[in-house]
Write a protein that binds this ligand. Structure first.
Ligand code: GTP
Ligand code: MG
Length: 369
């Protein structure tokens, strides 16, 4: 339910918190500045102090923010968004490097991917967006998010190592999200490679690949030697065709934050995957409890772009604060609207935190009685 701290209520009325506390005291309530009062009490206090009260609900604030109405009529094919998942060191980043002719692995600390990278690759005139997720157990949470923003999961399994705990986790995430899996049996160049063992082990998690009579596409690849990468891309595009992926590029943009951090020189930077519409430099957007006037957008090669269409991942500069991975993004009409939404969400966040705090104290009191 709705609740507010005394400090917050005072702030919103531009009154002193002590005056609020005094009023409450007159009504027989002994409370401190960070204590939480319910919405009805807050309303009474506000009215007694001569303010008019307007209760704003989430529905009011969020109205029209995410909409499907604009999609109609303008749907066009969009590139697939593919998340690469799998056990640590099975070659996720290497595979992505090979697909985009780059070398990210060499630049990583200890060869472990610490964050999610997003790239768009063009092969034979067709675009595919890849999201690289960390393979470390500590990042299960982020991987779960990776699966949400994705159309297809590439499950990388090293042929010399087989199905491992994080392979199983990735399968569970993909299944939970209802996302089709393509298995990339990697490292087939290795003498110890045993692709058939991988196929058999996958049966335990009810992944039956095509060569075993199932309907999960599998491709044997070597990220190191570049073997069968064209075939892998072909299979991705085939799968994408089946999914009939579409979005309207001619509407206000919506998307999701893939990763975000505070950059010393550039301020808050967020990698945003555009999912609907087209994002433009100069647009005003909200992402979770933060907003931005898009100052610049950079593609995966660090080049500035003016627009980003559906399935395009871009680094967005111009945020007031740092949003969180997984936050949904929506473009709004103007700065005032952005501030209204963000103010509301930040308040919600604070109030949630303080309600949880007082809830904990409540139960402590109960314990003592
Ligand atoms: P995390 O991000 O830590 O989960 O690892 P990753 O899955 O991204 O694996 P990464 O691409 O960093 O590769 C791990 C190691 O396997 C590196 O030393 C790669 O050079 C090696 N490797 C990747 N693909 C192949 C391959 O096809 N063949 C061989 N022989 N080695 C490979
Ligand atoms: Mg990696």
């Amino acid at each position: 339910p709705e609740a507010i701290t005394i400090q917050e209520l005072a702030n919103r009325m531009a009154e002193r918190a002590v005056d609020v506390i005094k009023l409450l005291m007159k009504q027989g309530q002994m409370l401190k500045i960070n204590d939480v009062i319910d919405a009805d009490t807050a309303e009474l206090i506000a009215e007694e102090m001569g303010h008019t009260v307007k209760r704003v609900s989430e529905a009011d604030v969020e109205e029209g923010l995410f909409t499907e109405a604009e999609d109609e009529g303008g749907l066009k094919p969009r590139p697939p968004v593919v998340t690469i998942m799998g056990h640590v060191d099975h070659g996720k980043t290497s595979l992505l490097d090979a697909l985009r002719n780059a070398n990210v692995v060499a630049g990583e600390a200890g060869g472990i991917t610490q964050h999610i990278g997003a790239y768009q690759v063009e092969r034979n005139g067709q675009k595919v967006t890849f999201i690289d997720t960390p393979g470390h157990a500590a990042f299960t949470q982020m991987r779960a998010r990776g699966a949400k923003a994705t159309d297809i999961v590439i499950l990388v399994v090293a042929a010399d190592d087989g199905v491992k705990p994080q392979t199983k986790e990735a399968i569970a995430h993909a299944k939970a999200a209802g996302v089709p899996i393509i298995v990339a049996i990697n490292k087939i160049d290795k003498p110890a490679a045993d692709p058939n063992r991988v196929r058999t082990e996958l049966l335990q998690d009810e992944i039956v690949v095509e060569s075993m009579g199932g309907d999960v596409i599998e491709v044997e690849v070597s990220a190191l030697k570049g073997t069968n990468l064209d075939k892998l891309v072909e299979m991705i595009l085939l799968q994408a065709e089946v999914l009939e992926l579409q979005a309207n590029p001619d509407r206000t943009a919506e998307g999701i934050v893939i990763e975000a951090q505070l950059d010393k020189g550039r301020g808050p930077v967020a990698t945003v995957l555009v999912q609907k519409g087209t994002l433009h430099v100069g647009d005003i957007l909200v992402a979770g409890a933060e907003w931005a006037r898009v100052r610049a957008m950079l593609d995966e090669n660090g080049n500035q772009v003016k627009v980003a269409e559906p399935s395009k991942p871009v680094e967005v500069l111009g945020f007031q604060g740092t949003p969180e991975a997984g936050d949904r993004v929506a473009v709004v009409e103007n700065e005032a609207r952005a501030r209204e939404i963000v103010d509301y969400r930040q308040r919600q966040k604070r109030e949630k935190a303080s309600v949880q705090f007082s809830g904990a104290r409540g139960s402590l009191e109960q314990m003592m009685n």
